[in-house]
Structure formats: structure tokens, C-alpha cells
Design a protein. Structure first.
Length: 260
């Protein structure tokens, strides 16, 4: 299947990406994307003091991502951002509106994983029905997938649930807007194998996902290598097709709010 997701992990271009995001993309996207500016400004007031080798921009990005207060004017960027990530490969480096948030979240997870070295079991609940004929298939989420160390967050759903062994996911609890959710954020590029599909246990259907220990990043460093900043400034839009992959993308998983 040809994925449309933005799965950049910035392997080999992290420092250059940080420089461009900090110097251009963050101020540019705050000026041009209203909901991002609002979410970021609120997060700057409430984000936790950074530790673990992180900077303030990392802490602010995690708070803005996890803050999902729905009352107008909306403080939530979760749905718009993940929808853009899920479908945004053709506009990556050009019309995609969240380069800064995507980079800071990815960078924060990778820095946190330097001290969070073990794989961990997490849980994800939804009210969405998925195909059950997927045993032994390899999948990626294709977006930033929120999961929890707590199996009992029933408000997120009981229809299709996931027991996930993740080796790339990072525990964001200290930085989250909702620390009681014990959130572990899983990057779009982690590859899992579905090792079990069970019915009528702690959820209507439970899919067990085990990390393969492999990451798959079709868009790795794409906008950095392609000079996307100059493309944006000249309003020249290019459409980049992601390479073919055999991995099944669970694109529909974010159609309904699951976490946040």
C-alpha cells in the first residue's frame, strides 16, 4: 500500500531541521495557522519545566498536543494535526501547516527514549470497528498514536482496543496536559506485528501488537534535503509521492477522537 502519512524521523538531519524549525517554521506557522498559534500560546503558559535533556519548545509541543479542551475558542490541535499528518505527504515541505509541531514532538520522543530504554506495554481504546482478519500482518499507525499505561480508561471506547508492546513510544506523563492519562506516545514510523486478535475480553475486540523493533520512514529528511523553506517562501508547491510499502496503514484510526 502507498502511504500518505508524514513519517519523518529526521535521521541524519536533526540539527539542520532544528535550526530551520526554530528560525523559520515555528514563527511562520504561528502567524499563518490560527489554531496552532492559540494552542502554542496556551501551552507556553502551562507547560512543565523541561528536564530529561529537553528544551522548552519540546515541553510546549507536548502540552499543546495533549491539551484537548473543546470549548471555543478551541485549545485543541490534536485532531487537525493528526489528520494532516495522516494524509499530508503530498504537501510535506510546502502546504503542510505543522512542520514545527511534527519536528518538536518527534525530537522530544527520541530524546526521552535515550533514558526510557526499555520496551513497554501500553493500551489504546477506541469506539471504531476494524477488520479482524489481520493476524500476523505488519502495520504502522501512520500518525502520532496516543496510548496509555492504564488499561482502564473506558471513556475512550470499548469496541476495538489495542494491547501494544512499543519500543519507540515515549512516556509523556510529566509533560502532558492530563497527567492522569499516563500517556505513551507512539511515532508514526514504528512497525508492529499483530500477534493476536481476541474477542469479549477486556474490550469487544483486542488486537495485540508487538513491535518488530524496526522503524519505517518513507519521508525521512525529505523537506530538509529538498530545501522546503525556500519553496514555502516562493509559494512553489511540489507534490511528493511516498514510496511503495507493504505495510498496512491504519489510517482510519483517527477518524474518531481516541485519546484527547
Amino acid at each position: 500500500m502507498e502511504p500518505n502519512s508524514i513519517d519523518d524521523k529526521y535521521d541524519g538531519c536533526r540539527d539542520e531541521a532544528f535550526k530551520r524549525v526554530d528560525g523559520y517554521y515555528l514563527p511562520h506557522e504561528k502567524n499563518t495557522t490560527t489554531n496552532f498559534r492559540r494552542a502554542w500560546d496556551i501551552a507556553e503558559k502551562h507547560a512543565s519545566i523541561p528536564k530529561d535533556g529537553l528544551q522548552k519548545v519540546h515541553s510546549v509541543s507536548m502540552y499543546s498536543y495533549t491539551n484537548n479542551k473543546p470549548q471555543p475558542p478551541s485549545e485543541s490541535i490534536y485532531l487537525d494535526f493528526n489528520e494532516a499528518v495522516r494524509q499530508g505527504s503530498y504537501g510535506y515541505g510546502t502546504s503542510f501547516q505543522y512542520h514545527s509541531l511534527h519536528f518538536y514532538l518527534t525530537d522530544a520522543m527520541q530524546i526521552l527514549k535515550q533514558s526510557q530504554t526499555t520496551c513497554r506495554t501500553t493500551y489504546r481504546r477506541t469506539n471504531v470497528y476494524f477488520d479482524r482478519n489481520v493476524l500476523n500482518k505488519e502495520i504502522r499507525f501512520g500518525f502520532f498514536a496516543s496510548s496509555s499505561l492504564n488499561k482502564s480508561l473506558h471513556m475512550f471506547g470499548n469496541t476495538s482496543c489495542f494491547e501494544i508492546n512499543t519500543c519507540f513510544g515515549a512516556n509523556l506523563t510529566y509533560y502532558s496536559a492530563y497527567i492522569n492519562e499516563s500517556e505513551v506516545l507512539i511515532p508514526s514510523y514504528e512497525v508492529f506485528r499483530i500477534t493476536a486478535v481476541q474477542t469479549n475480553t477486556w474490550c469487544d475486540v483486542v488486537y495485540t501488537l508487538n513491535s518488530t523493533g524496526i522503524s519505517k520512514s518513507n519521508m525521512n529528511c525529505r523537506w530538509v534535503y529538498n530545501g522546503a523553506e525556500s519553496n514555502l517562501r516562493s509559494s512553489f508547491y511540489t507534490f511528493i509521492r511516498a514510496s511503495d510499502t507493504d505495510y498496512i496503514m491504519l489510517f482510519t484510526m483517527l477518524i474518531i477522537i481516541v485519546f484527547h
